[in-house]
Unconditional design. Sequence first.
Length: 153
Amino acid sequence: MMPALGMIAVTAAVVDARTLRIPNWLTGTGAFVLAVLSVYLVVVQNAAWQPLAAGAAIMGGPLLAAHLVSKSRTPGLGDVKLATVLGAPLGAISPAAAYWALLMALSIGAGFGLIYQRATKRRAFPLGPAISLAFVLTAFAFGLTDSNGVWTL
């Protein structure tokens, strides 16, 4: 399941970098993969569902609040949905992983956003690549991979 979420993260990063949008079909696919992963973890592995929900809330909640406060300007709702989908599996390992991924995504996004805005003279910039990069780096840092670098969930 984690390789599928990794591929969705990379695809979202590329599409967002090119179009400044993350399409609903992509976040919907991610939500479906997340639902399958969640059922597997909760029913088959007897894992608690609360860390999954916490990870999704930790990554998606602040972005949703920023989206609502900024009157739908930035971050976009695609960014919010992507962060929510990618935050849940990080929360399954540790809610701290979702927290660190959020901080990393916002830090990378802020740095990239400043450079992108100066280079293009546009206000909007893609946050999806930062969210995706933070997800992948945090997954490796918090041990979602085995010693061979293969996703374990």
